[in-house]
Design a protein around this ligand. Sequence first.
Ligand SMILES: [Fe+2]
Length: 282
Amino acid sequence: MSSKRIVGYNSWMFRRKAIHDPAVASELVRDIKAAQPDHVMVTGDLVNLALPREFINGESWLRNLGKPDWISFVPGNHDAYVPVQWDKGMGCLGNYMTGDLMVPGAVTTADIAMPFPYVRQRRNIALIGVSTAVPTRPGRAAGVLGEAQIDALAATLKNLRSKGFYRILMIHHPPLPGMARRRKALTDAMGLKEILEDQGCDLVVHGHNHITMRNTLASRHGPVHILGMPAATSNGARSTEPAAWNEYHVRRTSGRWQCTVNTRCWDTEKCSFVPQTSYSLD
Ligand SMILES: [Fe+2]
């Protein structure tokens, strides 16, 4: 076993295991299915140590949630915890990361054989997935987009804006500088910030910090709403934030996009997901 996996295993046994509860994830699936959304976005990490068995279990969890064309997934740092052969690792999840169309400049890497960014169009909403998942040395959980992916994303945002789509960017790491501790941060966040300011984006969803985050970035094309969620498996133990998920209602009224966000969170006493808050992103 690699030294990083040993460190990660110890972290799991002595700290994380008490927090991340499969029963919460199962109830999350039930709650999402009951809501019958048009689409589901999952922003990684699906696995912990990137062991082949974890990817099989992760794919099974996604399959139980729904069909690949109904779920869009982007990988996180734990999904690339150490280098893993594609077909024994993230390749299991490939059907959840396929785009509907060719994205000019989309790139594959040594770790991810799928082209990123990918785009899925669902009516007048465009879901754009990017990968920040790269193996790092022990003790680090940083993410990287890379110059090629950033360039392709800029062109994609511009293209989709010109066609009138509501653009949602899915990314695992918090997208802006200062949103995560340095050892856990997106290393090229400044580059991403610049293209978001330049091209705009209606909504950015992310994970990674295991807490609810709500930020807004001013762009040349209006506010970029940036929302992060706690871990989907968190039972709230040890003062952690319990699991939650957001339901987004996107509609176009009088020539303007409107998005209402309904948050449902894990209730530690009821052991189920309950309404937490509701707000508008206008
Ligand atoms: Fe992460």
